[in-house]
Design a protein around this ligand. Structure first.
Ligand code: ADP
Ligand code: MG
Length: 700
């Protein structure tokens, strides 16, 4: 853009979009729905993709099943009636050939959208039916000359509503052109100058121009890099500030020594701790004896022995006269911790209590009383622990097991109880370093990278429906040898009721037909506590041969005699989830066998399940899962309470993430409360835009 364009008017980043030329109140309202309220938001509505010669496929070189973008002119449009209804069809041509684009059913809106002679970019998967076609492709109208003259054309995401007001990709391009031509844009620089210079990042004004009107791929790349950095830099600033806020909390208690209880429990253990377990216990003790609160994450694969580590930490608190709480995501797991830990500490004078949702009123009140008077030392529970009615007298340590199941809020809520307790979070979802930096950047991390040596291994095989009779025979043989088996029914994330239905139907069939000569039990999440407990205990005691369940057994459950697991509709699970499920088998001397039943096969599903069959390394699995599903699906940001990324991709941009992290942490080290004059823009931007992600940040 030329200098003389900036004469008439200036556009400040705070200006309400409705007062920008070419927007107006109606469009402003629709823009607001996608988070665009002021000029900055609008300028930061970055293209989702770019088209240029290298990303557009010529019709003559299409291949079936390829995902492509084709740019062509609409030759004709037709509605074609068939016996089953009909479809709308566009005939599109480029300089190499013809292609059909089809829309089935309600194609009314689409029919009106296109005119003969228009140039449009269509994206989709190539299909072949009497010629190449794209079914229900994405589309973007293109100015005719653009691609062929070698320009890079940005494509913007939009909504149906906006598109009806002509704010499709083409509309956005036109709007931005107007803005850049009509206004002198005044926008604050959100990245401190030193950092920009050191990291070779272009200034915001130049970068904005290149991101909307790229001169060439080189310049576009540089502009994108700048905004990716900016986004990740703010994300890491939040983490760093959280960390500082937590570190600035002083404890209202102190430990002089780990206490005798620790060594007593240690001596009673039926095994030797692994090197990794020992190291992690030491790291925890270092935090516990510091006068600043602990905020530590312990990462370790299923079966790496996190429970013992938790118990040893708890014994330090209890041995010093304080209370420790362990929060588990399900009642079954809480119950199991309760039983295990009671056994581990028998005869040592510890009063362990269990607090879960549906306990009897009298029982619950008695427990609450003990808790409030520091008569109960070790408190194990579920969400029930964080209710306001729970008063914990001298709580100095909180352990949160299987953290990935809890939202951020709950973590905060429990921490608010007690004497600013130390917090230890345990997770069996080993995640790659870049992810943990993002999600747990506010915590210190300990990793149990070694799993105690066991005789048994886990062998995983995937099968199709028609192989099931063979599998059932195999299971029968194993049952004859005195082993037990799990059958797990699919997870349908949205509805526990549907999970239950699948399990119930499956149970009936297995119990009455396939395994009618054996005893089969059903376990599900909606059962009463006592019922669940009863079934688990009886399964453990060998009363049942087969336990049919929903995924309630995902975490924790331990029965060394159950070494076979059949997982139904395995294609519906996350890889890490199956990995955790199968961690229930092969815990004793025998090999564990995990059979994945695939009912709706697809190439992607096959690929994912193959990973499980080929490795039992939790880190490898989560990395692969992450790659296949993308970070958005792998970890919903809502659950983890960090902002949605607009332009950055945590996996693809991991290098930039590392630098952004270093710079962010350095900035907070130099200026912990962001008081320096030159950091005021940063401070204000955080307060204005990231408020809701900064719960518990109190240093600003
Ligand atoms: P997770 O890390 O999945 O929570 P657990 O704490 O449930 O694992 O431990 C799994 C099993 O391994 C338990 O039966 C536990 O007693 C056993 N275990 C833990 N540590 C060791 C060790 N160092 N040596 C042998 N067995 C161990
Ligand atoms: Mg565990």
């Amino acid at each position: 853009m030329k200098e003389q364009i900036y004469t008439k008017n200036t556009l400040h980043s705070e200006r309400d979009v409705q007062f920008i030329k070419g927007v107006g109140p109606k469009r402003a309202q629709a823009l607001s729905k996608i988070g665009i309220d002021n000029a900055r938001d609008l300028l930061y509505h970055f293209p989702r993709r770019y088209l240029d010669r290298s990303t557009v496929t010529k019709i003559s070189s299409l291949k079936v099943d390829q995902r492509v973008t084709v740019v062509g002119e609409i030759e004709s449009k037709n509605y074609i009636r068939t016996r089953r209804g009909g479809y709308f069809q566009l005939l599109v041509k480029d300089d190499t050939g013809y292609l059909r684009c089809k829309w089935f059913n309600s194609a009314k809106y689409i029919q009106k959208l296109f005119k003969e002679g228009e140039t449009v970019a269509f994206s989709g998967k190539v299909n072949y039916y009497k010629g190449y076609e794209l079914v229900h492709p994405d589309y973007d109208k293109i100015e005719e000359e653009s691609i062929n003259t070698g320009r890079i054309v940005p494509l913007y995401s939009s909504t149906e509503h906006l598109k009806k007001m002509y704010l499709n990709s083409k509309g956005f391009r036109r709007l931005y052109r107007k803005i850049f031509e009509k206004y002198a844009i005044v926008i604050e620089e959100l990245l401190p100058k030193e950092i920009r210079e050191k990291q070779n990042l272009s200034d915001v004004r130049k970068a904005l121009e290149q991101i909307h009107f790229p001169d060439n791929t080189e310049k576009l790349k540089k502009a994108r890099r700048r905004f990716i950095f900016e986004e990740l830099f703010y994300l890491q600033l939040i983490m760093s500030l959280k960390r500082e806020s937590i570190k600035s909390i002083s404890k209202q208690f102190s430990y002089d020594s780990p206490g005798k209880l620790l060594s007593k429990i240690y001596e009673k253990l039926p095994f030797e701790l692994t090197g990794a377990q020992k190291r992690v216990v030491k790291e925890i003790w270092q935090d516990m004896k510091s006068d600043r609160v602990m905020n530590r994450l312990v990462q370790g694969d299923v079966g790496s022995g996190k429970t013992v580590v938790a118990m040893l930490a708890a014994s330090i608190a209890i041995g010093n006269g304080y209370q420790a709480a362990i929060m588990a995501p399900t009642e079954i797991l809480a119950e199991q911790h309760y039983q295990n830990l009671k056994a581990m500490t028998a005869g040592l004078g510890i009063n362990t209590v269990l607090l879960v949702g549906n306990q009897k009123k009298g029982e619950r009140e008695a427990i609450l009383e003990q808790i409030s008077k520091n008569e109960a030392n070790l408190i194990i529970g579920t969400h029930a622990l964080i209710q306001d009615s729970v008063v914990i007298d001298k709580l100095s340590l909180v352990i949160i097991d299987e953290q990935h199941r809890f939202g951020v809020m709950q973590r905060g809520k429990l921490i608010n109880k007690g004497l600013n307790p130390d917090v230890l979070v345990m997770t069996a979802t080993p995640i790659p370093r870049t992810m943990s930096m993002t999600l747990y950047g506010d915590m210190d991390i300990s990793t149990i990278e070694e799993t105690p040596a066991r005789k048994g291994k886990i062998i995983t095989k995937k099968v199709k429906e028609n192989q099931l009779p063979t599998v059932y025979d195999f299971i029968k043989n194993k049952l004859e040898e005195g082993q037990q088996a799990y059958v797990v029914y699919p997870l349908i994330a949205e509805s526990e009721k549907m999970d239950l239905k699948a399990a119930e139907t499956g149970y009936k069939k297995l119990n009455q037909k396939i395994f009618r000569d054996y005893s089969v039990a059903l376990l599900h999440g909606q059962m009463k506590n006592e019922e669940k407990e009863n079934i688990m205990t009886r399964f453990q005691a060998g009363e049942f041969d087969i336990l049919v369940s929903t995924t309630v057994i995902e975490v924790g459950v331990d029965n060394p005699n159950a070494n076979i697991m059949l997982i139904e509709n395995a294609e519906r699970y996350g890889l890490t989830q199956i990995h955790q499920l199968r961690g229930r088998v092969g815990r004793g001397e025998e090999n564990g066998i995990c059979v994945l039943v695939e009912r709706n096969s697809s190439e992607k599903a096959e690929k994912r399940l193959d990973i499980l069959c080929s490795t039992s390394d939790g880190f490898k699995i989560s990395r692969a899962d992450l790659k296949l599903r993308g970070p958005g699906e792998f970890f919903s940001s809502k659950q983890h309470g960090y902002p949605q990324m607009k332009i950055a991709d945590l996996i693809r941009d991991r290098k930039i993430l590392e630098t952004a992290r270093k710079e962010a942490y350095k900035l907070i080290r130099i200026d912990p409360h962001l008081r320096k004059e030159k950091h005021q823009v940063v401070r204000q931007h955080l307060l204005d835009n990231y408020q809701k992600y900064m719960k518990y940040v109190d240093v600003l």
